[in-house]
Design a protein around this ligand. Sequence first.
Ligand SMILES: Cc1cc2nc3c(=O)[nH]c(=O)nc-3n(C[C@H](O)[C@H](O)[C@H](O)COP(=O)(O)OP(=O)(O)OC[C@H]3O[C@@H](n4cnc5c(N)ncnc54)[C@H](O)[C@@H]3O)c2cc1C
Length: 427
Amino acid sequence: MAETYEVIVVGGGFAGVEAATKLGRVGVRTLLVDVHGYHQFQPLLYQLATAQIGVSELARPLRSIFRNQPSVRVLTARVAAVDPAGRTITLTDGTVYEADDALIVACGAEANFFDTPGARENAYPLYSATDATRLGSKLVALLDQADKDNGQKPMNVAVVGAGPTGVETAGAIADAINYVVPKLFVGDLAKRCSVALVDMVDRTLGGFSKKSQAYAASRLVERGVRLKLGSAVTEVRPDGLSFADGATMDADLVIWAGGLKAGPLLRESGMPQGRGGRIDVAKDLTVPGYEGVYVLGDAANITDDRDERLPQLGSVAKQSGAWAARNILAQRAGRPTEPFGYKDRGYMAMIGRGSAVAELGRSRRLVRGPGAFLVWLAVHLALLSGASQKARALVSWIFAYLSHSRQHVFVGSPEQADVQGSDRPAA
Ligand SMILES: Cc1cc2nc3c(=O)[nH]c(=O)nc-3n(C[C@H](O)[C@H](O)[C@H](O)COP(=O)(O)OP(=O)(O)OC[C@H]3O[C@@H](n4cnc5c(N)ncnc54)[C@H](O)[C@@H]3O)c2cc1C
Protein backbone atom coordinates (compact mmCIF):
# COMPACT_ATOMS: atom_id res chain seq x y z
CA MET A 1 0.00 0.00 0.00
CA ALA A 2 1.19 3.50 -0.80
CA GLU A 3 2.51 5.64 2.05
CA THR A 4 0.30 8.70 2.43
CA TYR A 5 1.01 12.33 3.25
CA GLU A 6 -1.42 15.20 3.56
CA VAL A 7 0.43 17.06 0.83
CA ILE A 8 3.07 15.91 -1.65
CA VAL A 9 5.34 18.44 -3.36
CA VAL A 10 7.39 17.43 -6.40
CA GLY A 11 10.35 19.77 -6.87
CA GLY A 12 12.44 21.76 -4.40
CA GLY A 13 12.84 24.91 -6.50
CA PHE A 14 11.40 28.33 -5.66
CA ALA A 15 7.79 27.15 -5.94
CA GLY A 16 8.09 23.82 -4.13
CA VAL A 17 10.20 25.15 -1.25
CA GLU A 18 7.90 28.10 -0.69
CA ALA A 19 4.79 25.89 -0.65
CA ALA A 20 6.35 23.30 1.67
CA THR A 21 7.66 26.02 3.99
CA LYS A 22 4.24 27.59 4.37
CA LEU A 23 2.60 24.19 4.94
CA GLY A 24 5.33 23.04 7.32
CA ARG A 25 4.88 26.15 9.45
CA VAL A 26 1.37 25.02 10.36
CA GLY A 27 2.34 21.38 10.80
CA VAL A 28 0.87 19.90 7.60
CA ARG A 29 2.39 16.44 6.95
CA THR A 30 4.22 17.15 3.73
CA LEU A 31 6.52 15.09 1.53
CA LEU A 32 8.93 17.15 -0.58
CA VAL A 33 10.69 15.15 -3.28
CA ASP A 34 13.55 16.45 -5.39
CA VAL A 35 16.02 14.57 -7.52
CA HIS A 36 18.74 16.76 -6.03
CA GLY A 37 19.12 17.06 -2.30
CA TYR A 38 19.48 20.81 -2.67
CA HIS A 39 17.61 23.93 -3.69
CA GLN A 40 19.41 25.86 -6.41
CA PHE A 41 19.16 29.56 -7.11
CA GLN A 42 19.00 29.63 -10.89
CA PRO A 43 19.30 33.42 -11.37
CA LEU A 44 22.96 33.18 -10.30
CA LEU A 45 23.93 30.19 -12.44
CA TYR A 46 25.82 32.37 -14.90
CA GLN A 47 27.89 33.69 -11.98
CA LEU A 48 28.71 30.13 -10.95
CA ALA A 49 29.74 29.36 -14.54
CA THR A 50 32.07 32.37 -14.55
CA ALA A 51 33.46 31.60 -11.06
CA GLN A 52 32.15 34.81 -9.50
CA ILE A 53 30.48 32.72 -6.83
CA GLY A 54 30.90 29.12 -5.72
CA VAL A 55 28.36 26.33 -5.70
CA SER A 56 27.79 26.58 -1.95
CA GLU A 57 26.51 30.14 -2.37
CA LEU A 58 23.96 29.12 -4.93
CA ALA A 59 22.79 25.74 -3.66
CA ARG A 60 21.42 24.97 -0.21
CA PRO A 61 20.62 21.51 1.19
CA LEU A 62 16.86 20.99 1.33
CA ARG A 63 17.25 19.17 4.65
CA SER A 64 18.90 22.25 6.07
CA ILE A 65 16.05 24.48 4.85
CA PHE A 66 13.49 22.25 6.59
CA ARG A 67 15.53 21.31 9.64
CA ASN A 68 13.12 23.12 11.97
CA GLN A 69 9.96 21.85 10.30
CA PRO A 70 9.45 18.27 11.48
CA SER A 71 6.20 17.83 9.55
CA VAL A 72 8.08 18.20 6.24
CA ARG A 73 9.91 15.09 5.07
CA VAL A 74 12.56 15.70 2.43
CA LEU A 75 13.22 12.84 0.04
CA THR A 76 16.03 12.85 -2.50
CA ALA A 77 14.68 10.82 -5.38
CA ARG A 78 13.57 11.16 -8.98
CA VAL A 79 9.84 11.08 -9.55
CA ALA A 80 9.20 8.88 -12.56
CA ALA A 81 5.47 9.50 -12.86
CA VAL A 82 2.65 11.54 -11.42
CA ASP A 83 -0.95 10.39 -11.52
CA PRO A 84 -3.12 13.47 -11.05
CA ALA A 85 -6.35 11.45 -10.89
CA GLY A 86 -5.17 9.37 -7.94
CA ARG A 87 -2.90 12.16 -6.55
CA THR A 88 -0.01 9.71 -6.44
CA ILE A 89 3.62 9.86 -7.44
CA THR A 90 5.87 6.96 -8.39
CA LEU A 91 9.63 7.10 -7.88
CA THR A 92 12.08 5.50 -10.29
CA ASP A 93 12.47 2.56 -7.87
CA GLY A 94 8.71 1.95 -8.06
CA THR A 95 7.80 3.35 -4.62
CA VAL A 96 4.39 5.02 -4.65
CA TYR A 97 3.25 7.87 -2.40
CA GLU A 98 -0.28 9.20 -2.17
CA ALA A 99 -1.48 12.67 -1.20
CA ASP A 100 -4.65 12.90 0.90
CA ASP A 101 -5.31 16.60 0.39
CA ALA A 102 -3.14 17.98 -2.38
CA LEU A 103 -0.45 17.14 -4.89
CA ILE A 104 1.81 20.00 -5.95
CA VAL A 105 3.85 19.56 -9.12
CA ALA A 106 6.63 22.15 -9.25
CA CYS A 107 9.24 20.32 -11.30
CA GLY A 108 10.47 23.33 -13.30
CA ALA A 109 11.43 23.11 -16.95
CA GLU A 110 14.32 22.12 -19.17
CA ALA A 111 16.20 23.69 -22.05
CA ASN A 112 14.21 23.91 -25.27
CA PHE A 113 16.46 23.33 -28.27
CA PHE A 114 13.50 23.74 -30.66
CA ASP A 115 14.76 20.69 -32.61
CA THR A 116 17.69 22.75 -33.89
CA PRO A 117 20.06 20.24 -35.50
CA GLY A 118 23.16 19.68 -33.38
CA ALA A 119 22.00 21.85 -30.47
CA ARG A 120 21.40 19.05 -27.99
CA GLU A 121 24.72 17.42 -28.88
CA ASN A 122 26.93 20.50 -29.10
CA ALA A 123 25.46 23.34 -27.04
CA TYR A 124 25.82 23.86 -23.29
CA PRO A 125 22.53 24.68 -21.52
CA LEU A 126 22.44 26.66 -18.29
CA TYR A 127 19.60 25.38 -16.19
CA SER A 128 21.19 23.71 -13.18
CA ALA A 129 24.24 23.90 -10.94
CA THR A 130 25.57 20.86 -12.81
CA ASP A 131 25.15 22.68 -16.14
CA ALA A 132 26.90 25.77 -14.75
CA THR A 133 29.80 23.75 -13.34
CA ARG A 134 30.25 21.91 -16.62
CA LEU A 135 30.16 25.18 -18.53
CA GLY A 136 32.65 26.81 -16.17
CA SER A 137 35.02 23.84 -16.50
CA LYS A 138 34.77 24.08 -20.28
CA LEU A 139 35.54 27.80 -20.24
CA VAL A 140 38.60 27.21 -18.06
CA ALA A 141 39.74 24.30 -20.27
CA LEU A 142 39.42 26.46 -23.40
CA LEU A 143 41.33 29.33 -21.82
CA ASP A 144 44.09 26.95 -20.70
CA GLN A 145 44.26 25.49 -24.20
CA ALA A 146 44.40 28.90 -25.86
CA ASP A 147 47.09 29.97 -23.36
CA LYS A 148 49.18 26.86 -24.10
CA ASP A 149 48.98 27.45 -27.85
CA ASN A 150 50.83 30.69 -27.28
CA GLY A 151 49.49 33.25 -29.66
CA GLN A 152 47.80 30.89 -32.09
CA LYS A 153 44.46 29.69 -30.86
CA PRO A 154 41.49 32.02 -30.38
CA MET A 155 38.68 31.34 -27.94
CA ASN A 156 35.30 32.22 -29.40
CA VAL A 157 32.14 31.83 -27.36
CA ALA A 158 28.64 32.16 -28.79
CA VAL A 159 25.59 32.56 -26.58
CA VAL A 160 22.30 31.63 -28.26
CA GLY A 161 19.28 33.52 -26.94
CA ALA A 162 19.35 37.22 -26.08
CA GLY A 163 16.81 37.13 -23.26
CA PRO A 164 17.91 37.95 -19.69
CA THR A 165 19.84 34.67 -19.26
CA GLY A 166 21.75 35.16 -22.52
CA VAL A 167 22.45 38.84 -21.83
CA GLU A 168 23.71 38.14 -18.31
CA THR A 169 25.86 35.23 -19.46
CA ALA A 170 27.38 37.10 -22.42
CA GLY A 171 28.02 40.16 -20.23
CA ALA A 172 29.71 38.09 -17.53
CA ILE A 173 31.97 36.32 -20.04
CA ALA A 174 32.86 39.66 -21.64
CA ASP A 175 33.76 41.07 -18.22
CA ALA A 176 35.91 38.01 -17.54
CA ILE A 177 37.70 38.52 -20.88
CA ASN A 178 38.20 42.24 -20.23
CA TYR A 179 39.16 42.22 -16.56
CA VAL A 180 40.06 38.73 -15.34
CA VAL A 181 41.93 37.10 -18.25
CA PRO A 182 44.51 39.94 -18.55
CA LYS A 183 45.15 39.65 -14.83
CA LEU A 184 45.45 35.86 -14.60
CA PHE A 185 47.15 35.01 -17.91
CA VAL A 186 50.37 36.46 -19.26
CA GLY A 187 50.54 37.69 -22.86
CA ASP A 188 47.69 38.83 -25.05
CA LEU A 189 45.23 35.99 -24.53
CA ALA A 190 42.33 38.39 -23.86
CA LYS A 191 42.76 39.84 -27.36
CA ARG A 192 42.17 36.38 -28.83
CA CYS A 193 38.95 35.81 -26.87
CA SER A 194 35.55 36.88 -28.11
CA VAL A 195 31.92 36.48 -27.15
CA ALA A 196 28.91 36.81 -29.43
CA LEU A 197 25.23 36.99 -28.51
CA VAL A 198 22.82 35.74 -31.15
CA ASP A 199 19.05 35.59 -31.43
CA MET A 200 16.43 35.11 -34.09
CA VAL A 201 14.61 38.25 -32.91
CA ASP A 202 16.20 41.61 -33.61
CA ARG A 203 16.55 42.81 -30.02
CA THR A 204 18.01 41.86 -26.67
CA LEU A 205 15.94 41.47 -23.48
CA GLY A 206 12.59 40.60 -25.07
CA GLY A 207 9.77 41.57 -22.71
CA PHE A 208 11.64 44.64 -21.42
CA SER A 209 10.96 48.19 -22.66
CA LYS A 210 12.65 49.50 -25.81
CA LYS A 211 14.80 51.82 -23.67
CA SER A 212 16.07 48.88 -21.62
CA GLN A 213 16.71 46.86 -24.76
CA ALA A 214 18.71 49.69 -26.31
CA TYR A 215 20.65 50.21 -23.08
CA ALA A 216 21.50 46.51 -22.79
CA ALA A 217 22.63 46.33 -26.43
CA SER A 218 24.85 49.40 -26.11
CA ARG A 219 26.44 48.22 -22.86
CA LEU A 220 27.12 44.78 -24.33
CA VAL A 221 28.71 46.22 -27.46
CA GLU A 222 30.78 48.55 -25.28
CA ARG A 223 32.14 45.44 -23.54
CA GLY A 224 33.08 43.87 -26.86
CA VAL A 225 30.11 41.51 -27.20
CA ARG A 226 29.33 40.92 -30.88
CA LEU A 227 25.56 41.02 -31.49
CA LYS A 228 24.04 38.98 -34.27
CA LEU A 229 20.31 39.51 -34.01
CA GLY A 230 17.40 38.85 -36.35
CA SER A 231 18.47 35.52 -37.82
CA ALA A 232 17.62 32.09 -36.47
CA VAL A 233 20.30 29.52 -35.69
CA THR A 234 19.70 26.61 -38.06
CA GLU A 235 22.49 24.33 -36.87
CA VAL A 236 24.90 24.02 -33.97
CA ARG A 237 28.12 22.37 -35.12
CA PRO A 238 31.01 21.30 -32.86
CA ASP A 239 32.93 24.30 -34.25
CA GLY A 240 30.22 26.91 -34.61
CA LEU A 241 26.82 28.03 -35.80
CA SER A 242 24.90 28.30 -39.04
CA PHE A 243 22.14 30.85 -39.52
CA ALA A 244 18.97 31.10 -41.58
CA ASP A 245 20.41 34.07 -43.50
CA GLY A 246 23.26 31.86 -44.75
CA ALA A 247 25.87 33.26 -42.37
CA THR A 248 28.14 31.08 -40.25
CA MET A 249 30.02 31.81 -37.04
CA ASP A 250 33.05 30.03 -35.59
CA ALA A 251 32.64 29.11 -31.95
CA ASP A 252 34.70 26.92 -29.64
CA LEU A 253 31.84 26.95 -27.18
CA VAL A 254 28.12 27.44 -27.76
CA ILE A 255 25.94 28.25 -24.75
CA TRP A 256 22.22 27.65 -25.14
CA ALA A 257 19.96 30.20 -23.48
CA GLY A 258 17.32 29.81 -26.14
CA GLY A 259 14.23 28.97 -24.12
CA LEU A 260 12.50 26.48 -21.88
CA LYS A 261 9.96 23.73 -22.19
CA ALA A 262 8.24 21.30 -19.89
CA GLY A 263 10.14 18.22 -18.84
CA PRO A 264 9.15 14.57 -19.38
CA LEU A 265 7.28 14.31 -16.08
CA LEU A 266 4.59 16.69 -17.32
CA ARG A 267 4.53 15.23 -20.82
CA GLU A 268 3.65 11.83 -19.44
CA SER A 269 1.27 12.96 -16.69
CA GLY A 270 -1.84 13.07 -18.86
CA MET A 271 -2.56 16.64 -17.71
CA PRO A 272 -3.52 18.96 -20.58
CA GLN A 273 -0.40 20.73 -21.86
CA GLY A 274 -0.43 24.27 -23.22
CA ARG A 275 2.25 26.61 -24.53
CA GLY A 276 5.80 25.27 -24.05
CA GLY A 277 4.35 21.95 -22.91
CA ARG A 278 3.48 23.59 -19.59
CA ILE A 279 0.22 22.86 -17.80
CA ASP A 280 -2.52 25.48 -18.18
CA VAL A 281 -3.72 26.03 -14.63
CA ALA A 282 -6.92 27.63 -13.39
CA LYS A 283 -6.90 31.00 -11.61
CA ASP A 284 -6.48 29.28 -8.23
CA LEU A 285 -3.44 27.36 -9.63
CA THR A 286 -5.22 23.99 -9.68
CA VAL A 287 -5.41 21.82 -12.77
CA PRO A 288 -8.93 21.83 -14.21
CA GLY A 289 -10.52 18.42 -13.84
CA TYR A 290 -8.14 17.23 -11.11
CA GLU A 291 -9.23 18.14 -7.59
CA GLY A 292 -6.43 19.12 -5.23
CA VAL A 293 -3.74 19.05 -7.93
CA TYR A 294 -1.63 22.20 -8.28
CA VAL A 295 1.03 22.91 -10.91
CA LEU A 296 3.31 25.83 -10.11
CA GLY A 297 6.24 27.94 -11.28
CA ASP A 298 8.03 27.13 -14.53
CA ALA A 299 5.92 24.00 -14.99
CA ALA A 300 2.70 25.99 -15.34
CA ASN A 301 1.11 28.54 -17.62
CA ILE A 302 -0.20 31.01 -15.05
CA THR A 303 -2.25 34.08 -15.89
CA ASP A 304 -2.68 37.20 -13.78
CA ASP A 305 -5.82 39.17 -12.91
CA ARG A 306 -5.67 40.84 -16.37
CA ASP A 307 -5.56 37.41 -18.03
CA GLU A 308 -1.99 38.02 -19.14
CA ARG A 309 0.38 35.08 -19.12
CA LEU A 310 3.04 35.47 -16.45
CA PRO A 311 6.67 34.85 -17.43
CA GLN A 312 8.86 32.03 -16.10
CA LEU A 313 10.40 33.98 -13.24
CA GLY A 314 11.61 33.23 -9.75
CA SER A 315 9.12 35.72 -8.31
CA VAL A 316 6.18 34.06 -10.08
CA ALA A 317 7.34 30.62 -8.92
CA LYS A 318 7.86 31.72 -5.33
CA GLN A 319 4.56 33.57 -5.05
CA SER A 320 2.68 30.71 -6.72
CA GLY A 321 4.13 28.36 -4.09
CA ALA A 322 2.91 30.56 -1.26
CA TRP A 323 -0.50 30.97 -2.89
CA ALA A 324 -0.97 27.25 -3.46
CA ALA A 325 -0.19 26.60 0.22
CA ARG A 326 -2.75 29.23 1.19
CA ASN A 327 -5.39 27.62 -1.04
CA ILE A 328 -4.62 24.15 0.30
CA LEU A 329 -5.08 25.40 3.86
CA ALA A 330 -8.37 27.04 2.82
CA GLN A 331 -9.49 23.79 1.18
CA ARG A 332 -8.68 21.85 4.36
CA ALA A 333 -10.67 24.34 6.42
CA GLY A 334 -13.66 23.98 4.09
CA ARG A 335 -13.22 27.46 2.61
CA PRO A 336 -13.13 28.19 -1.13
CA THR A 337 -9.82 28.63 -2.92
CA GLU A 338 -8.93 32.08 -4.26
CA PRO A 339 -7.51 33.28 -7.58
CA PHE A 340 -3.74 33.84 -7.56
CA GLY A 341 -2.94 37.45 -6.69
CA TYR A 342 0.47 38.06 -8.23
CA LYS A 343 2.40 41.05 -6.91
CA ASP A 344 4.33 42.29 -9.90
CA ARG A 345 7.61 43.79 -8.70
CA GLY A 346 9.01 44.15 -12.22
CA TYR A 347 12.05 42.76 -14.02
CA MET A 348 15.76 43.26 -13.87
CA ALA A 349 18.83 42.06 -15.69
CA MET A 350 22.52 42.38 -14.95
CA ILE A 351 24.63 43.31 -17.96
CA GLY A 352 27.97 43.34 -16.22
CA ARG A 353 30.22 45.29 -13.92
CA GLY A 354 28.39 48.51 -12.96
CA SER A 355 25.69 48.01 -15.61
CA ALA A 356 22.23 46.65 -15.04
CA VAL A 357 18.69 47.51 -15.94
CA ALA A 358 15.63 47.32 -13.70
CA GLU A 359 11.99 48.01 -14.49
CA LEU A 360 10.43 48.30 -11.08
CA GLY A 361 6.84 47.55 -10.10
CA ARG A 362 3.80 47.29 -12.29
CA SER A 363 4.46 50.81 -13.59
CA ARG A 364 7.87 49.56 -14.83
CA ARG A 365 9.87 52.48 -13.44
CA LEU A 366 13.15 52.35 -15.32
CA VAL A 367 16.47 52.37 -13.45
CA ARG A 368 19.73 51.88 -15.37
CA GLY A 369 23.46 51.89 -14.71
CA PRO A 370 25.18 51.70 -11.32
CA GLY A 371 21.88 52.37 -9.48
CA ALA A 372 20.26 49.34 -11.10
CA PHE A 373 23.47 47.35 -10.51
CA LEU A 374 23.13 47.99 -6.76
CA VAL A 375 19.38 47.25 -6.80
CA TRP A 376 20.11 43.97 -8.60
CA LEU A 377 22.72 42.98 -6.00
CA ALA A 378 20.43 43.88 -3.08
CA VAL A 379 17.41 42.03 -4.51
CA HIS A 380 19.38 38.89 -5.32
CA LEU A 381 21.06 38.92 -1.93
CA ALA A 382 17.65 39.17 -0.28
CA LEU A 383 16.26 36.33 -2.41
CA LEU A 384 19.14 33.91 -1.81
CA SER A 385 18.15 31.13 0.56
CA GLY A 386 20.10 30.95 3.84
CA ALA A 387 22.11 33.44 5.89
CA SER A 388 25.47 31.77 5.24
CA GLN A 389 24.78 31.65 1.48
CA LYS A 390 24.01 35.39 1.53
CA ALA A 391 27.14 36.21 3.53
CA ARG A 392 29.39 34.12 1.28
CA ALA A 393 27.85 35.57 -1.91
CA LEU A 394 28.44 39.10 -0.64
CA VAL A 395 32.09 38.33 0.13
CA SER A 396 32.53 36.72 -3.31
CA TRP A 397 30.97 39.70 -5.09
CA ILE A 398 33.12 42.20 -3.23
CA PHE A 399 36.25 40.12 -3.89
CA ALA A 400 35.45 39.69 -7.60
CA TYR A 401 34.61 43.37 -8.02
CA LEU A 402 37.65 44.76 -6.26
CA SER A 403 40.29 42.23 -7.29
CA HIS A 404 39.32 41.57 -10.94
CA SER A 405 40.14 38.01 -10.04
CA ARG A 406 38.35 34.78 -9.20
CA GLN A 407 38.60 32.72 -6.05
CA HIS A 408 36.37 29.79 -7.05
CA VAL A 409 37.58 26.69 -8.85
CA PHE A 410 35.88 23.95 -10.84
CA VAL A 411 36.93 20.57 -9.57
CA GLY A 412 37.15 17.91 -12.26
CA SER A 413 39.12 17.03 -15.34
CA PRO A 414 38.67 18.92 -18.62
CA GLU A 415 37.10 15.75 -20.05
CA GLN A 416 34.24 16.17 -17.60
CA ALA A 417 33.57 19.49 -19.27
CA ASP A 418 32.52 17.67 -22.44
CA VAL A 419 28.92 18.42 -23.29
CA GLN A 420 28.40 14.73 -24.00
CA GLY A 421 28.98 14.11 -20.30
CA SER A 422 25.79 16.00 -19.61
CA ASP A 423 23.18 14.72 -17.14
CA ARG A 424 20.50 16.50 -19.10
CA PRO A 425 17.20 14.71 -19.44
CA ALA A 426 16.70 12.65 -22.56
CA ALA A 427 14.91 14.27 -25.49
C1 LIG B 1 20.04 30.77 -15.96
C2 LIG B 1 18.76 31.28 -15.39
C3 LIG B 1 18.68 32.60 -14.93
C4 LIG B 1 17.50 33.08 -14.39
N1 LIG B 1 17.45 34.38 -13.93
C5 LIG B 1 16.33 34.82 -13.33
C6 LIG B 1 16.29 36.13 -12.75
O1 LIG B 1 17.26 36.89 -12.82
N2 LIG B 1 15.15 36.51 -12.13
C7 LIG B 1 14.06 35.68 -12.03
O2 LIG B 1 13.05 36.06 -11.43
N3 LIG B 1 14.07 34.46 -12.57
C8 LIG B 1 15.17 34.01 -13.21
N4 LIG B 1 15.19 32.75 -13.75
C9 LIG B 1 13.98 31.94 -13.70
C10 LIG B 1 13.78 31.28 -12.36
O3 LIG B 1 14.99 30.76 -11.88
C11 LIG B 1 12.74 30.20 -12.52
O4 LIG B 1 11.55 30.81 -12.96
C12 LIG B 1 12.48 29.47 -11.21
O5 LIG B 1 13.64 28.80 -10.77
C13 LIG B 1 11.36 28.46 -11.37
O6 LIG B 1 11.15 27.85 -10.15
P1 LIG B 1 10.42 26.45 -10.07
O7 LIG B 1 10.29 26.14 -8.62
O8 LIG B 1 9.21 26.46 -10.89
O9 LIG B 1 11.40 25.43 -10.79
P2 LIG B 1 12.92 25.08 -10.50
O10 LIG B 1 13.59 26.15 -9.74
O11 LIG B 1 13.48 24.68 -11.81
O12 LIG B 1 12.83 23.81 -9.56
C14 LIG B 1 12.35 22.58 -10.03
C15 LIG B 1 12.89 21.49 -9.14
O13 LIG B 1 12.27 20.28 -9.50
C16 LIG B 1 13.21 19.24 -9.45
N5 LIG B 1 12.76 18.17 -10.34
C17 LIG B 1 12.53 18.25 -11.67
N6 LIG B 1 12.11 17.07 -12.15
C18 LIG B 1 12.07 16.22 -11.09
C19 LIG B 1 11.72 14.85 -10.96
N7 LIG B 1 11.32 14.12 -12.00
N8 LIG B 1 11.80 14.29 -9.73
C20 LIG B 1 12.21 15.02 -8.65
N9 LIG B 1 12.55 16.32 -8.74
C21 LIG B 1 12.48 16.91 -9.94
C22 LIG B 1 14.51 19.89 -9.89
O14 LIG B 1 15.63 19.18 -9.40
C23 LIG B 1 14.38 21.28 -9.29
O15 LIG B 1 14.99 21.35 -8.03
C24 LIG B 1 16.36 32.25 -14.31
C25 LIG B 1 16.43 30.93 -14.78
C26 LIG B 1 17.62 30.45 -15.31
C27 LIG B 1 17.68 29.03 -15.80
